[in-house]
Design a protein around this ligand. Structure first.
Ligand SMILES: NC(=O)c1ccc[n+]([C@@H]2O[C@H](COP(=O)([O-])OP(=O)(O)OC[C@H]3O[C@@H](n4cnc5c(N)ncnc54)[C@H](OP(=O)(O)O)[C@@H]3O)[C@@H](O)[C@H]2O)c1
Length: 332
């Protein structure tokens, strides 16, 4: 893998930027309060990101359910077709296929990817297994992974990635795919100042480096909590509000350190939190719902925290007494 102009060339056909954009909120009502009136601003976010080299968009076939089935993919398809800027050819749409209980065969994963491609109006660039079933239905997973490798072998995708896999399962899948000559380009895990478990406890960064896999940090702002805008009676509606009320008393060391460094550097909390992910060698994919958020998050690029600032943030993160809850599907 070579770094070229802030892009990591993972293969002849696929390059990844220093930071991407998450699109879970682009079609999800329950957690993120999406409605169609937001589509215009989401398209502006898309165009702005691509123009600024943030060319990786993470989505999933479960982002948008019921009547909004696959809405995030549909929007990304429309936006990428309408985008005419100079970065057009670098756009990478990375979708995640859900390991739904009714997906039992390798063909079901191939069909799921084709359905995503249909919604996108073009082939999927990077296809990822959304989660392993090892924790609850280990017998299901083998066929799904075979299907993922089939997609690469058949040239239907440019690359394959995994999500929520721990080191043990990652090594097993890596070896299995290697026997078929299928490389794993990316692993996506929940990683932020409040969710250091995947690297600190599971050692996934070192393993990914050894295997030549890029580590993608999802929920790098802990669902918005690390932006510093919540607390003091201000909370989002629903489940996020409940979670943030629970977490806040235990995360003060991180918020205080973010504030100090943000003030010294004239940056925002989110810019510091995202830059910390980049300094840790991951590709953060913050979600952005509007231009203000996208513009702010892009300000995380083009500079680096000093080693001592990273160390201060690490120490603050170690003092957190209520870390972000881990994804139930994350394996060891
Ligand atoms: N593989 C998996 O299992 C998995 C799981 C979760 C997420 N993901 C991926 O990771 C992406 C990012 O994670 P996430 O969306 O869960 O959480 P996140 O990136 O940690 O937080 C995103 C939210 O924070 C708020 N925000 C973002 N930038 C902001 C700014 N500059 N100022 C103020 N508020 C800001 C917005 O929500 P509000 O304005 O409502 O606060 C936004 O939707 C997802 O979109 C998805 O693509 C993958």
């Amino acid at each position: 893998m070579q770094a070229r102009e802030n892009k990591i060339q993972v293969s002849e056909k696929l390059s990844l930027p220093t930071m991407g954009c998450g699109t879970w909120a682009w079609g999800n009502k329950l957690l993120w309060d999406y409605d169609e009136s937001k589509d215009q601003q989401l398209q502006e976010v898309f165009n702005f990101c691509v123009d600024h080299g943030v060319t990786l968009f993470d989505t999933g076939d479960s982002y948008g359910t019921g009547k909004l089935k696959g809405r995030s993919e549909t929007l990304l398809g429309q936006f990428s077709q309408q985008y005419q800027g100079k970065e057009k050819d670098n756009i990478c749409i990375a979708t995640k296929l859900a390991a739904y209980p009714w997906r039992l065969t390798r063909q079901s994963i191939v069909a799921a990817c084709r359905a995503s491609a249909h919604r996108l109006g073009k082939p999927v660039d990077l296809v990822q297994m959304h989660w392993p079933t090892a924790n609850y239905a280990p017998w299901q997973e083998n066929a799904l992974l075979e299907g993922l490798a089939d997609l690469y072998e058949q040239g239907e995708v440019k690359g394959v990635g995994l999500s929520n896999y721990g080191p043990k399962r990652l090594k097993e899948v890596y070896q299995k795919f290697a026997q078929r000559g299928v490389p794993i380009y990316t692993l996506q895990v929940q990683y932020s100042l409040l969710s250091t478990y995947p690297i600190k406890e599971l050692g996934l960064k070192a393993l990914c480096d050894e295997l030549g896999i890029r580590l993608i940090a999802y929920s790098p702002l802990t669902l918005g909590l690390l932006t510093g805008k919540y607390g003091n009676g201000v909370f989002p509606k629903g489940i996020r509000g409940l979670l943030f009320r629970y977490l806040l008393p235990g995360i003060q060391p991180v918020l205080k350190t973010l504030e100090t460094i943000a003030n010294t550097r004239n940056k925002t909390f989110s810019q510091i939190a995202l830059n910390w992910c980049i300094c840790k060698g991951t590709i953060p994919i913050p979600g952005a719902k509007n231009m203000k958020q996208a513009q702010q998050n892009i300000g995380a690029l083009g500079w680096r925290l000093s080693d001592s600032e990273v160390a201060e943030l690490d120490q603050a993160s170690n003092k957190v007494t209520r870390p972000m809850v881990q994804n139930i599907f994350q394996t060891r």
